[in-house]
Write a new protein. Structure first.
Length: 103
């Protein structure tokens, strides 16, 4: 990957948008909601505290995370879309069967 996050930032590959509703109706692009989950691709070293110590980031590469709807900055690199988030914007880490279904 050509992106290396700085400080307490992480790079997430957002999950695909839902193209069908729960009832099976195909949604047009304008009605599709922005995904709020994705897989962590890279993690920065952590946030520098006032004491000078480095506070590590709580997530690791490969984790599937949930984040706020309007969190982060969307970027496109080599034709792929990514979201750069601060570690504090991550709401939860999905584990087990939930993480497998989210990918």
């Amino acid at each position: 990957m050509k992106l290396q996050p700085l400080h307490d930032r992480i790079i997430v590959e957002a999950a695909a948008k839902e193209e069908k509703s729960a009832g099976g109706i195909i949604l047009p692009d304008t009605a599709q909601e922005k995904p709020q989950k994705g897989q962590v691709l890279a993690v920065g070293p952590g946030k520098r505290l006032d004491s000078g110590k480095l506070a590590p980031v709580d997530v690791k590469t490969g984790d599937v995370v949930l984040y706020g709807k309007y969190s982060g900055t969307e970027v496109t690199v080599d034709g792929k879309d990514y979201v750069i988030l601060r570690a504090e914007d991550v709401l939860a880490v999905l584990e087990g069967a939930l993480a497998g279904a989210a990918k």
